[in-house]
Design a protein around this ligand. Structure first.
Ligand SMILES: Nc1ncnc2c1ncn2[C@@H]1O[C@H](COP(=O)(O)OP(=O)(O)OP(=O)(O)O)[C@@H](O)[C@H]1O
Ligand SMILES: O=P(O)(O)OC[C@H]1O[C@H](OP(=O)(O)OP(=O)(O)O)[C@H](O)[C@@H]1O
Ligand SMILES: [Mg+2]
Length: 284
């Protein structure tokens, strides 16, 4: 009994999905050239597909679970459940028009031609806005279409905005935010559900450790209360007495983004010998 996971065979989702699976203890033998690969030490197999095909593969049970962009999941509108938001491949789906056009609001799009690979999401949006436009479906290089006279506007993925700038376009409406999702079929057997639960447990341990560091330091005992306020830790910091009287060692977890602020406050409290270590996994 193995759980079959659909993963994008190459592209924007591939690397981070494989990295997440690896950190969750799922290792593959020979990754390339085979479309279905069993994992070494965990009862799962990976089915490599184009991302467009992942929602349907999961909805029909060809794959039990899959990793896919929210944009593709919403566009395909297949009956599969979202199990977990994965937090990577963050982007948005936006409308953009040539940068020299004067944009008067969403009504600007009335009667215009919009090129996109996401006709379903765009149709829903235009309907809600009560705008009638002509949707022109293309599968790639969407940003080029206004400059070659194929459309007046585009509806596509934006991340840094660099592709829009290099095609002399400007973003005028953000329609949806997207990130990678773990999706699952609605008809999972009890045995497969148990494998999925173990996988989710491992993914959560990896995600909990992200953006956090382990800090060890020596501090005078009379400063401990102040140090506890700076270092909340998971439950409370671990404190061990040192051989030197009046001193102890403190261990705790600090968020990366607060790191320098925390270190300067600790130093101001008399902390010494501060050691910072990466955290690989965290089981809460
Ligand atoms: N610039 C970006 N920044 C962040 N995430 C992105 C970006 N571009 C795409 N994504 C996300 O990654 C997913 C896959 O993008 P990619 O460009 O690899 O798709 P594709 O060309 O359709 O691939 P496939 O060949 O599998 O059909 C997108 O559906 C989206 O969720
Ligand atoms: O706002 P940006 O950071 O420029 O990202 C947006 C671009 O990224 C994606 O393409 P990708 O680079 O994956 O190339 P592709 O044409 O092969 O899909 C997407 O289709 C956009 O074109
Ligand atoms: Mg695709």
């Amino acid at each position: 009994m193995v759980l079959r996971i659909a993963v994008q065979s190459k592209g924007r989702l591939f690397e981070e999905t494989m990295e997440l699976l690896k950190e969750a203890g799922i290792k593959l033998n020979n990754i390339r050239r085979t479309l279905l690969i069993p994992a070494k030490d965990f009862p799962v197999e990976i089915l490599f597909l184009r991302d467009d095909d992942i929602p349907q593969a999961v909805a029909t049970g060809v794959a039990d679970i899959g990793v896919v962009g929210e944009n593709e999941y919403v566009e395909k509108n297949e009956a599969a459940d979202i199990v977990k938001r994965l937090g990577f491949s963050k982007c948005r789906l936006s409308l953009a028009i040539p940068k020299d056009e004067e944009y008067s609001g969403v009504k600007w799009l009335e009667g215009k031609r919009i090129a996109t690979s996401y006709p379903h999401i765009l149709t829903q949006y235009l309907k809600k806005q009560q705008v009638n436009s002509e949707i022109h479906i293309i599968t790639g290089s969407v940003e080029i279409s206004p400059s070659i006279g194929l459309s007046d506007a585009i509806f596509d993925i934006v991340s840094s905005g660099g592709t829009l700038v290099s095609n002399r376009l400007k973003e005028v409406e953000v329609v949806m935010q997207s990130e990678a999702l773990l999706i699952a079929t609605k008809q999972l057997s009890q045995e497969k559900k148990a494998i999925l639960d173990e996988l989710i447990f491992r993914i959560e341990a990896v995600q909990s450790a992200e953006g956090k560091k382990y800090v060890l330091l020596n501090a005078p005992e009379d400063k401990l209360d102040e140090i506890f306020d700076i270092l909340p830790g998971m439950r409370s910091p671990t404190v061990t007495p040192l051989a030197t009287k009046g001193w102890c060692s403190v261990q705790s977890v600090v968020e990366d983004k607060r790191f320098w602020e925390v270190v300067s406050k600790l130093k101001a409290c008399g902390a010494e010998g501060i050691i910072v270590l990466p955290i690989e996994k965290m089981i809460l």
